[in-house]
Design a protein around this ligand. Sequence first.
Ligand SMILES: NC(=O)c1ccc[n+]([C@@H]2O[C@H](COP(=O)([O-])OP(=O)(O)OC[C@H]3O[C@@H](n4cnc5c(N)ncnc54)[C@H](O)[C@@H]3O)[C@@H](O)[C@H]2O)c1
Ligand SMILES: [Fe+2]
Length: 376
Amino acid sequence: MTDLLRPIEIARPASLHFGAGLVPLISRWARERSVSRTLVITGKSNAKRIDLLELPGQVEVFGEAMPEPDIPNLNAALAMAERVKPDLVVGFGGGSAMDLAKLVAVLPGSGQTIHDVVGPEKVHGRRALLAQVPTTAGTGSEAGTRALVTDPATQNKLAVQSRFMMADLAVVDPDLTLTVPSAVTAATGVDALAHCAEGFTSRKAHPLIDLYALEGIRLVGRYLARAVRDGGDREARAGLALASLYGGYSLGPVNTTAGHAVAYPLGTRHHVAHGLACAVIFPHTLAFNAPAVADKTAQVLQALGVTAAQQEVAIFEAAYGWCAGLGIEMRLSKLGVPRDDLPPMATEAHAIRRLLDNNPRDLPRDRILQFYEAAF
Ligand SMILES: NC(=O)c1ccc[n+]([C@@H]2O[C@H](COP(=O)([O-])OP(=O)(O)OC[C@H]3O[C@@H](n4cnc5c(N)ncnc54)[C@H](O)[C@@H]3O)[C@@H](O)[C@H]2O)c1
Ligand SMILES: [Fe+2]
């Protein structure tokens, strides 16, 4: 069966606005729906600028969303939601805040716990409205149905997927990302790139999504270095916000592959930021997969603006040089990862079948260990 004959479903937020300076739109939208009690899920830095949202009625703020949220962090947000009983939940932040907001919109009062809803379409429903306002350009979580939370007991990312977690409204205002520090800009930008590149080369790749994925890679190639150099470059910020959104489109019906599976243990076990972990792993998996998807790998590099390379080693070096050129620390030893943890990390990554089963080339556990050792 060719890709064109394979059915696919895409879902989008009911309403999505993209544009610099659009954030006050959420105010009108909430008033039109007679919202009287809102719970904003956000992190410490964004909590200081909730006023930008101009929300009507009673507004409560959970300002403790932590990077790479875990179950205790989720439980604290859920406890607040049980008390506030909001009719609108707003995710205002990066992927961490937006993912928590999704779960806060569906779990309270449902009788379901986080453990009941892990996996696809286990959530029973949703009572509150959900709006998402991204402040990083990386995850595309504003346009998706997944939420990721770390379980401290197993050090695994629990992935919940539900159509009830799709936002009613997403407002992508690239100006909100002007304050993102240069290192976070670089890392989150590579996360967006990884979503697009992995979706584009996945076994589940589909022409309907390839269009977005390839354009997302082009946008990262054109704008990421510019935004890292000059955080105030509004055009570059807008290009990256769009790339992030397109990455989110790639995640929905297609999703990531080996790059993310191999990156996850860095975050869950050693608190390496998600985008940074993706950047360290990206050159390894892109090069490893190349023999299985040679043409598409060449298109990825070309869209990125990197000199076309064909051999695995040359592809690795081109992609590595591109990431390192953004100032990203590419060595695990410098990111707080102990050498003796590399074997259990490889075992753990290899067990993430929901992603690895869609990788275009079978990736053995020992090869994952080789990636970690080479990156150490
Ligand atoms: N739902 C999905 O489809 C999806 C996809 C990819 C990643 N994720 C998840 O998203 C999380 C990562 O999200 P992220 O990369 O956006 O990072 P993040 O949300 O953890 O934010 C990174 C840091 O930047 C800060 N920050 C956010 N916006 C800022 C701004 N405008 N100015 C200054 N600082 C700002 C945050 O407070 C935080 O300290 C991970 O948990 C990852 O697993 C989810
Ligand atoms: Fe990601």
